[in-house]
Design a protein around this ligand. Sequence first.
Ligand code: SF4
Length: 377
Amino acid sequence: MNSIDFALQQPSNPLSPHNDPWDPIRSLQQFGRHTLTSVEMTVSNLCNMRCEHCAVGDTLVMTEPAKLPLELMIKRLDEVKYLETISITGGEPSFSDRTVKEYMVPLLQYARSRGIRSQINSNVTLPYSRYEQLAPYLDVMHISFNYTNADDFHQIGFAKAGHHVSRDAAAKLYDRMIDNARRLSDAGVLVSAESMINYRTHSQIAEIHKLIMEMGCQRHEVHPMYPSSFAKDLPVLSREDMRKAIERLLDTRDKNIWMLFGTLPFYHCSENPEERDLLKRLAAEPNVTVRNDPDGRNRLNVNLFTGEVFVTDFSDVPAFGNIEGEKLDDLFDRWLDHSLARSVNCHCPAAACCGPNLLVKDMYYNEVDFHQKKAIL
Ligand code: SF4
């Protein structure tokens, strides 16, 4: 099926704290309105793990149906006028070698042919041969890393397995994950390890950071964990504990590695001066960036099994269209008109902020009308 030939080109401007095309503030500044520049595709609902925190855990299955033709997906991507990035996600997107060969490699080649950036979200615990096929065309391999050792990995990574997974079996996957991350880095892929700040990790975040450095990752991504449907039983961390964890991390981090913070529940319009001070510190620290939330700002998610289009892969917001009948740019315009999109579409240019994530607003700021607020700088 991989019969589409692309003329590949290497993107010129390297990804760095000064060049993050996933941040929706870029297109907002460039076009004066939110613009679709990023498309995420869900290509698998299969996974060899069952993590405690998995945002899409309730969609994971043991067998899955056929996907839409690759040609349709590429046609829809081709129609996106200002496309800058694609992301491929799952489940574990590379769980099936067939999906790697018939969808992922051609999608990455398409991205390279158009000079746009790509990311895969993976647990990188499968044999390296899966990832080796992707590495030549891939910009960012995004992995989750919330562990201080193999025992953590065993406990967290199989929390929802529903059957016994031996510690030895888990430890083998843990070692393979570390080895694969190193090999991908050596192959020139930017390996970005994401840690979630939650009830379990907030006190260990400095130690987790150290291990991520030792694995040779070029970026440490930090997001607070917001319990989505599958992980809704996990305890919610207070904003104060979250702020303290981030401060600890800033105090102890290795300043040579790019640290990217995302979906923070702190805004420059906060009435809490400690939260505003943290944002000022984040802005002043070398090699640190705070990404505005891309979901529904410059990005949509396409489910490749059904063609349905969502604001993110894990949102409770129902699909608002299907690529079988409509162009992605048109669907994006429809989303911007949605009352939910309007509820978070504030913008304070001086703070380079374009409003809260929907889940964050729901969790911490349910009653707040951000349109009535303004950055205090
Ligand atoms: S854009 Fe919205 S969330 Fe950000 S500082 Fe302004 S009012 Fe607050």
